[in-house]
Structure formats: structure tokens, C-alpha cells
Design a protein around this ligand. Structure first.
Ligand SMILES: C[S@@+](CC[C@H](N)C(=O)[O-])C[C@H]1O[C@@H](n2cnc3c(N)ncnc32)[C@H](O)[C@@H]1O
Length: 223
């Protein structure tokens, strides 16, 4: 399925790339390809009761497609006012067709590092939007929020830089959960999603319970 199929289905206009004059990636816009998003969700199951946050949401594509597929909440945080306005136009158009679903989508015109994370937000998406320095600050904000409201949290990176993954691997309690190569690992190794998780999965809890029970049995049998 091509880009225009989804643009028409969702009644949104997010396809046009925008490149800033100075070539800075922090002010350029490129949407995540629809096909890549679909491949991500074939392998990755979001946490229970997900509320996504797309940091650097551009024209809002990620929020719309996730809301359409899963009927879940999503907040897009975008620093550039012209893209934020485009998100609102897209939301009005999407809402004409998908009125109930659209009530779960929010757009905020703010820089990511100043965005106050809410206790119900638990899946954070980054398509290579900004410098590592900003990323470190945003991850710090996520961890502060988790300290205040303990919960499992996922971070999804698309086209991740080594700085981002190194930071998560070595300086945070997040652990590497999975990788998805939408075009296959060998066609473009940089074209990938990497998912990190904070918190305990059902699998980890099950193993822990089994271990506890085992030692309990051993203690009991000693007596
Ligand atoms: C590659 S685009 C990603 C668009 C969208 N996430 C998607 O996948 O379709 C990156 C976006 O990040 C935005 N951005 C750059 N720095 C930012 C910041 N500090 N806070 C919020 N948004 C930022 C840019 O304006 C741009 O729209």
C-alpha cells in the first residue's frame, strides 16, 4: 500500500518533506513511511493501555496512524509552529471521519525538553528529531515521571543514532527489547526501529515468581 492510500484513508496531508535552508536535521521534516510503521507493529506489541507521545511530531502522521489502528491516545509534541498548525488542520479533517477516535489525539506546540510528561503516557516515539543533548534531557524527564508514577514505559527510536542507543544502553535503566528492520537488515542497516523498555515484563515477573517459589520449596524441604 502506498503513501497516498493512507493519506486518503486518514484524510490527512503529511507526505511533503520539508528541508530547512541550513540543512539542520532539527528543523527539517520527514514523516515515518506508512509501510515502516505497519512493519513495526507486526513485531512490536504496545504496552497495556498505551498512550503514545511522538516527540517531534512534524505534521502528525504517527499519531493518526497509531490512533487509527489501535484506537488509543497519542500526543504529538512539535516545536515548529507551522508544523503544529498543520497537525491541527489534519486533526480537524481526520475528526470529520473518525470523530470518536480523534478525541484521543492531542497536539502541543512546545520544545520536547520543556514538555511535561503525564502519568498516563507510556510509549515515547522519536524519529531522529533532535540533538543528543535534547534527547538526554527528554529521557531524564521520562525517568522523573516514572519515579513519581511507577509504570512500565517504552521508548521507540527510528533511524537511531549511536549516541542515542549508547546513552540508553549505558546510562539509563532502560533495556533493549527488540529491533525491527522494515526493509530487511541488509538493505539499509540504519533503517530500523529499536525499542527499549523500562520496567518489568510479564515474562520477567513470571521468572522471578518461579525463582522465589523454587527457593521457598527448598527451604521447606530442608525443614
Ligand atoms: C524527522 S521529523 C519526524 C516527524 C514525525 N515524528 C513522523 O515520524 O512522522 C522531526 C521533527 O522534529 C521536530 N523537532 C526538532 N527539534 C525539536 C524539539 N526540540 N522539540 C520538538 N520537536 C522538535 C522538527 O521540527 C520535525 O518536525
Amino acid at each position: 500500500m502506498n503513501e497516498s492510500y493512507f493519506e486518503n484513508l486518514l484524510r490527512i496531508d503529511t507526505s511533503k518533506f520539508e528541508y530547512s535552508g541550513n540543512g539542520s536535521f532539527e528543523t527539517s521534516y520527514e514523516p515515518t513511511p506508512y509501510n515502516s510503521i505497519i512493519k513495526l507493529f507486526k513485531k512490536y506489541t504496545p504496552l497495556e493501555n498505551p498512550h503514545f507521545v511522538d516527540f517531534g511530531s512534524g505534521k502528525g502522521r504517527f499519531s493518526f496512524i497509531v490512533n487509527y489502528f489501535f484506537d488509543v491516545g497519542c500526543t504529538g509534541v512539535e516545536v515548529r509552529t507551522e508544523y503544529h498548525k498543520k497537525c491541527l488542520e489534519n486533526l480537524a479533517s481526520y475528526g470529520e471521519k473518525y470523530t470518536e477516535k480523534a478525541k484521543k489525539i492531542f497536539f502541543v506546540n512546545s520544545s520536547a525538553e520543556k514538555y511535561a510528561i503525564s502519568s498516563f503516557e507510556n510509549v515515547f516515539y522519536f524519529y531522529n528529531p533532535f540533538s543528543a543533548k535534547v534527547f538526554y534531557k527528554v529521557v531524564g524527564n521520562i525517568l522523573d515521571s516514572v519515579k513519581d508514577y511507577e509504570r512500565n514505559v517504552d521508548i521507540i527510536l527510528y533511524f537511531p543514532t549511536d549516541e542515542f542507543t549508547y546513552f540508553l544502553d549505558t546510562k539509563t535503566p532502560f533495556y533493549h527489547l527488540l529491533e525491527v528492520y522494515p526493509e530487511g537488515k541488509y538493505s539499509n542497516p540504519k533503517d530500523k526501529f529499536v525499542v527499549y523498555r523500562y520496567g518489568k515484563t510479564t515474562e520477567v515477573l513470571t521468572i522471578e515468581m518461579q525463582t522465589t517459589c523454587k527457593s521457598c520449596v527448598e527451604i521447606c524441604s530442608c525443614k
